[in-house]
Design a protein around this ligand. Structure first.
Ligand code: ZN
Length: 119
């Protein structure tokens, strides 16, 4: 479980999408369990994004909504990555069993032909 100090060190990396999947997983888990860090992240987000928006002169932009979207997209990203890993595992496993089945099928046909050649 990630602690508050680690969490706060990773805030900037999170906001610039530089966390690894594992870091992101721990980061979001800590975020859910720690109200102080939630506030800290929101403040950081609003300050950093606020500066970007001032640069772009988009005064109609809703920062709180954008922040919610950012959090949701992180969670979606992470569940997407987890789904990908599961799919890859299933494909690897399926490929293995397909290979075993093909091998047995080949051997069966091979020996079947040999047997049929016997008088
Ligand atoms: Zn915390």
């Amino acid at each position: 479980m990630m602690d508050c100090v680690t969490f706060r060190k990773l805030i900037n990396q999170y906001l610039s999408n530089e966390l690894t999947d594992e870091e992101l997983n721990d980061f979001l888990a800590h975020l859910k369990s720690c109200p102080e860090c939630r506030d800290e992240l929101e403040i950081n987000y609003i300050v950093i994004e606020g500066i970007n928006i001032l640069d772009e002169e988009r005064s109609d932009y809703d920062l709180t909504k954008a922040y919610d979207r950012k959090l949701k997209s992180s969670e979606h990203y992470l569940s997407f990555r987890k789904a990908l890993l599961t799919i890859r595992y299933v494909i690897d496993t399926a490929a293995f069993w397909a290979f075993v089945a093909a091998l047995f099928y080949f051997l069966y046909n091979h020996y079947y032909i040999l047997f049929s050649l016997l008088p």
